[in-house]
Design a protein around this ligand. Structure first.
Ligand code: G3P
Ligand code: CA
Length: 266
């Protein structure tokens, strides 16, 4: 089971608070999006623009655009990365969510290495076409911070991407970490689904289709080819129930706290 942007239903997505809550829920992996600052630091952030999730417009009113890749790490660290959540979801707000900081990948690796419970990272390279050579830099940060894979143990890192090319690069750089190809839809025709499976088999170990209605045939066809299936984003217990009947290998959820209770009961 994978926590999508941490426990992002309960706390500001991809923040330290969301990651800590996900760890406390007993999740297997935390899914986070990796991008790069203008001064070449790898950071965790989902959008390509800063406006939705930070107060960048107030802190830097003189800037003409708020594309993340134009900012330095020091600039990003000045931003409030949590108050948006309190405003949007007052019923789930907390004073602890004010003034959270955008985290670097290295900070997240250190957090999970020192976590009270063992948890892995499911890292998505967001917009890899914007960041030349980001695959090699990602692998370098993992190695420098000694997040290694151990033989016959559950993987510490899974790579996710919508880009087969990016996954291919990662397979060369760190073959020991499993890879998942993301697709925008699972409502494909059989022919298209087989097309996706063909690509997946070339570059990845599994496929992550969008949506809860992954028909049994789709999941079975992937299994026959030795590929695992992890649909996203599964936030309701009946969706999870559906998927477990159809033998999905897991799911990606914003609500690890809620679904892990059901999962462990089943
Ligand atoms: O885990 C799948 C998911 O992260 C892909 O979509 O937009 O949430 O990064 P997105
Ligand atoms: Ca993602």
């Amino acid at each position: 089971m994978v926590a999508h942007r941490g426990a992002s239903y309960q706390a500001p997505e991809s923040s330290r608070a969301a990651i800590e809550l996900a760890i406390a829920s007993g999740i297997d992996y935390i899914e986070l999006d990796v991008q790069r600052t203008v001064d070449n630091k790898l950071i965790i952030f989902h959008d390509d623009n800063l406006k939705r999730l930070t107060n960048a417009e107030q802190v830097f009113p003189e800037r003409k655009n708020y594309q993340l890749h134009n900012f330095t790490l020091a600039e990003l660290k000045k931003l409030d990365y949590g108050s948006w959540f309190n405003e949007k979801y007052p019923e789930r707000a907390s004073k602890n969510y004010r003034n959270l900081e955008i985290m670097t990948l290295a900070e997240v690796v250190s957090l999970i290495k020192n976590a009270p419970a063992k948890v892995g990272l499911a890292l998505e390279l967001k917009n890899p076409y914007l960041y030349k050579n980001i695959e090699a830099e990602l692998v370098e940060v993992l190695e420098q911070n000694q997040l290694q894979e151990e033989k016959d143990k559950k993987a510490r890192v899974i790579f996710l991407s919508f880009s087969p090319l990016s996954l291919e690069r990662l397979s060369e750089l760190r073959p020991q970490s499993p890879r998942l190809l993301l697709t925008k839809s699972n409502f494909a025709s059989r022919k298209r689904w087989h097309g996706w499976l063909d690509i997946t088999a070339e570059v990845a170990d599994g496929i992550a289709p969008k949506g809860h209605v992954s028909f049994p045939w789709y999941i079975g066809a992937a299994h026959k080819r030795g590929l695992f299936v992890l649909p996203y984003v599964i936030n309701r217990s009946w969706q999870w129930q559906f998927l477990s009947w159809f033998s999905a290998d897991g799911y990606i959820t914003d609500r690890p706290g809620l679904l892990s209770k059901i999962y462990h009961r089943a």
